[in-house]
Design a protein around this ligand. Structure first.
Ligand SMILES: Cc1ncc(COP(=O)(O)O)c(C=O)c1O
Length: 337
């Protein structure tokens, strides 16, 4: 059996793999097993924002210990949490450790329920927030079809995000039974949907007035993806919770986090329990810290635009043998995100 046949036989996937056998990756390039070089416009779907094998991050990844039990005190966790609080928008302060983006969103939803004592959520129709039961529930209605009995009480507003969408949001929130409104501030999963500034201001204000939390899912659009460190910054948004993942470690290993507002509105009313034994493993924690430092707001815009420039340099358009690969991941109904 060749590799493709073994892949088909042993690996659970939603669709057939791309026609490229990856051998290594550096910067914006992917090399196949025959040494051919490709431009990677996909960048792991928002994971490789700082380029693959980034030398600023790599050496830190190799130090010990391999594992620390989450209930112990461990300096790099505290330092990373402090750094994330420093670089994230608004008054976000408390960091919750997660093993990836889906778990970061999952924890955010649990925090919102515990903080408000409510169980409803509002999200954007067609959105994607992860692959757990709760994150699928707040995502695209289409994606939920194969799973009966998902979280009930997940309400949706439809793009475009304008005055009409704001009016619908107001109708849903004014019943004062919604725990949180969640959205990607710039939605990578809705073909880069950019909301109107007025919508964002109104949405934040509506959440505040009606006791719902505003959760910004920046798992995909965070860490420099949109030209600012966090997409919330484009709108002056001060979310109550901000979810991070993907580029936080640049692909060295999975890690997620979310940051919660320090003030009373987001204070937990009930005790909550977010135990996971592999969260923020030391090796990824150090990468996360490195990324956070590399991605500081001063340097971020230039880093991202430099990389963009590299991807579309005249060299590649002259036809020097580089072949762009990378279509967005497919949703369950076969569409590309
Ligand atoms: C906006 C958003 N949130 C959450 C997730 C889930 O992240 P992960 O794949 O790390 O679980 C994704 C993944 O594509 C995403 O795009």
């Amino acid at each position: 059996m060749n590799l493709t046949q073994r892949d088909r036989k042993f690996l659970g996937r939603e669709s057939a793999p791309e026609d490229i056998q990856v051998a290594r990756m550096t910067g914006s390039f992917v090399y196949d097993a025959r040494g051919r070089r490709y431009i990677d416009f996909l960048s792991g779907w928002c994971v490789g924002n700082f380029g693959w094998s980034n030398r600023d991050i790599r050496p830190k990844a190799r130090r010990r210990p391999d594992y620390v039990y989450p209930e112990y005190l461990y300096r790099p966790w505290v330092e990373l949490a402090e750094l994330l609080a420093e670089i994230s928008p608004g008054k976000l302060q408390k960091c919750f450790r997660a093993t990836g983006g889906s778990e970061a969103v999952e924890i955010a939803l649990q925090i919102a329920m515990a903080a408000t004592g409510r169980r409803k959520f509002v999200s954007l129709e067609g959105s994607y927030h992860g692959n757990t039961i709760a994150t699928v529930s707040i995502g695209s209605t289409e994606e939920q079809e194969p799973y009966p009995n998902l979280l009930s009480n997940c309400l949706k507003i439809s793009p475009p995000l304008d005055a009409r969408a704001a009016a619908r949001l107001e109708r849903l929130l004014k019943r004062k039974d919604v725990a949180a409104f969640i959205m990607e501030p710039i939605s990578c999963n809705l073909a880069v949907l950019i909301p109107e500034q007025e919508f964002m201001e109104t949405a934040q204000d509506l959440c505040r007035r009606n006791g719902a939390l505003f959760i910004a899912d920046e798992v995909a659009c965070g860490f420099g993806r949109t030209g600012r460190l966090f997409a919330s910054e484009h709108f002056g948004l001060e979310p109550d919770i901000l979810c991070m993942g993907k580029a936080i470690t640049g692909g060295f290993a999975p890690m997620g986090a979310n940051h919660r507002h320090a003030e009373s509105r987001a204070r937990r009313r009930r005790r909550s329990w977010f135990l996971s034994n592999l969260r923020m493993a030391p090796v990824v924690c150090r990468c996360g810290h490195r990324h956070g430092a590399v991605a500081d707001p001063e340097r971020n815009e230039t880093a991202e635009s430099r990389r963009g420039h590299q991807c579309v340099s005249p060299r590649s358009s002259r036809g020097d043998g580089l072949r762009p690969i990378g279509r967005g991941p497919r949703t369950r109904n076969g569409h590309r995100r």
